[in-house]
Design a protein. Structure first.
Length: 608
């Protein structure tokens, strides 16, 4: 929707404050090209770059004011119409058709608990003049970003690192714990930490109050991993379908054209199919990236299955050339603001570029489904591990043989799967990730520096794993890329699978509703069968944002990124690092993922 920036700083003059907020907003002008506004009432300064999605008139511009409160808001409250009607019945009068005004009125009525009423994505800062405090909040999953630097009576915030780099409080001192997590695990964010020691991220599902130099952060929501839905099989499938379609319907609310990503996988196909069922007269534009050539994965045949079912879908495809990959790498990393941990964000960047070329301002994407619906194949190890831990051997071996059949496992891979499942059965999630972290440790400076914590959640082994995929290990990084790549082209990316009501429901189901008979996302396949093409419902493979892959690009168009400036990586063990890169250059692909991460870290450091 936009880019936000602002600060509370009693040490600045009006002129200095005005210059600073202007620089902050200019640094993220692409996030909101439709309007730019500032509000200064010393020592409080709020700034906003607007991407107009709802109420396209000037009435929707921000900062917006309501009685004794002022706000800058990034995101969408999808159920704003329903909340507005409730507030009208309580006597509230609205001057705009925007969801921003609804947020302000909801705060007047419910205080900081207003966020518990919202279905949506958001990051906002609201100044309460009476209380003389800044109320900040971030949505339940951290779909929209919120960064800040605090020092004494000073508090600066914004949508991206770039905003805070314009302030006097910023320091380019690296947070080496986060650098190491990025190298070891591919996480590009963790809780409130970022790649810079001074910059903090407001965690998902949290409210923050800044008042008189003090910060108070409280978690307002969490997923219950123990509650169980007691309905019948038909009631389960009907409720999932109903919640999913309601989410898609809400996510289609906009005063501009809405399009969608379409890869041919279950998630994007479900969204495109859902839009077609709910809005049969709509010419819904979809966007697909593919790569041509020998052994390249091309998802267009799967996309065509969806198009055959719903011929009113308006499909656009594009294949980036190697030259374009080279030319745009710097832009991808500039917008990501972090060393990208894999090649998929590059394909995602081109999807957004394709959508922007067709004047799309809102795009629906399937992000989030894999994390809580057990869409990743390694979810199987936790499913099996939980069964083995309970000595439920018949079900465990039944699932193993079904999974082995669907994935066409050979003997060696089957033995490996059993071994990993046994490991998942006897070790905690923390211990399992420490093992993964340790795989890359030999060249790091301190092999005892475990810098993350995966708390044990109640419930099944699988639910514990999925919970951390959503909130710690996978989704936070993917949502970071989602936001940056879409906003690079002034597009608001929406993720219907991350409606909290749907997520809560799926966590209340049995493990077998997520992974059964060797197939992932069991409840989705059952509930949406008949709507999604059967060929896709029955897909057994798993593809992300498809690229030719790290190995091919590092040995081809991005080979120049292997010219490592080892002086800038002096916090790593240089001899081992040089050996790692040399082995890859000599044809050893064993540690290709780590080599990619090192190359991107080096590229990022040299571009900062």
């Amino acid at each position: 929707m936009c880019g936000i920036a602002g600060f509370v700083d009693p040490s600045l003059s009006f002129e200095s404050a005005s210059n600073t907020i202007s620089k902050m907003l200019q640094s993220i002008s692409y996030r909101g090209p439709d309007a730019r506004s500032e509000w200064i009432e010393m020592p409080v300064i709020l700034g906003h770059n607007r991407l107009s999605i709802l109420d396209l008139s000037k009435d929707g511009n921000q900062p917006m004011h309501f009685n004794e409160t002022s706000i800058v808001f990034n995101g969408e409250i999808y159920n704003y119409i329903e909340i507005r009607e409730v507030l009208k019945s309580k006597g509230y009068i609205f001057k705009t058709q925007s969801d921003t005004e609804v947020v302000l009125a909801a705060y007047q009525e419910y205080g900081t608990d207003c966020v518990k009423h919202f279905v949506g994505m958001w990051a906002f800062a609201l100044w309460d003049k009476k209380k003389k405090e800044l109320f900040c909040s971030r949505d339940r999953f951290g779909i929209k970003p919120f960064y800040y630097i605090a020092e004494g009576l000073k508090f600066y915030f914004g949508s991206e690192y770039k905003v805070l780099k314009q302030t006097s409080l910023f320091s380019n001192e690296l947070n080496l714990d986060q650098v190491n997590r990025g190298l070891q695990l591919g996480w590009i964010c963790y809780r409130d930490e970022t790649y810079f020691s001074k910059i903090k991220s407001l965690p998902e599902s949290c409210n923050l109050i800044f008042s008189e130099g003090k910060i108070k952060i409280e978690k307002y929501w969490d997923v219950n991993t123990v509650n169980r839905f007691n309905g019948s099989e038909s009631e389960k499938t009907e409720k999932f379908r109903s919640l999913f379609l309601d989410s898609v319907k809400l996510h289609m609310r906009a005063d501009v054209e809405v399009g969608g990503c379409l890869s041919g996988g279950l998630d994007s196909s479900a969204i495109a199919s859902g839009v077609s069922v709910l809005f049969p007269e709509s010419k819904f534009k979809t966007f697909t990236i593919f790569y041509e050539g020998k052994n390249e994965v091309d998802e267009r045949p799967w996309v065509n299955e969806v198009l055959k079912n719903f011929p009113r879908l308006d499909s656009y495809t594009y294949s980036p050339s190697e030259k374009e990959v080279v030319e745009n790498l710097g832009k991808v990393i500039h917008h990501a603001e972090v060393p990208i941990a894999g090649s998929s964000p590059i394909s995602q960047f081109f999807v957004m570029k394709l959508a922007a070329s067709h004047k799309i301002k809102v795009l629906l994407d399937g992000q989030g489904s894999d994390e809580y619906l057990a869409g990743y194949m390694h979810s199987f190890y936790r499913l099996m591990g939980g069964m083995l831990r309970k000595m439920n051997l018949p079900d465990a071996f039944g699932e193993f043989f079904a999974h082995s059949s669907t994935q066409q496992m050979g003997f060696v891979k089957g033995i490996g799967t059993i071994g990993k499942s046994l490991l998942a059965g006897v070790k905690s999630e923390q211990a399992l990730y420490e093992l993964e972290y340790g795989n890359y440790f030999p060249f790091l400076p301190n092999d005892k520096n475990i810098n993350f914590q995966l708390d044990k959640k109640p419930g099944s082994q699988l639910n514990n794993f999925l919970y951390h995929l959503v909130f710690t290990t996978s989704l936070p990084s993917l949502l970071h890329y989602e936001d940056r790549n879409s906003m690079a082209f002034s597009i608001e990316s929406r993720v219907p699978f991350l409606d909290h009501r749907l997520v809560e429901f799926v966590f209340s189901l049995e493990d077998s509703d997520k992974f059964k008979n060797g197939l992932t996302k069991s409840i989705l396949r059952k509930s949406l069968s008949g709507m999604i093409p059967e060929a896709i419902i029955n897909r057994k493979d798993k593809k992300g944002f498809v690229t030719p892959g790290e190995v091919k690009w590092l040995r081809g168009p991005l080979k120049h990124t292997l010219d490592i400036d080892y002086k800038k990586l002096d916090f790593l063990a240089a001899p081992r690092l040089k050996s790692l890169v040399a082995d890859f250059n000599n044809g050893n692909n064993k540690n290709a993922n780590l080599v990619w991460r090192v190359a991107m870290l080096n590229y990022w450091l040299n571009s900062n």
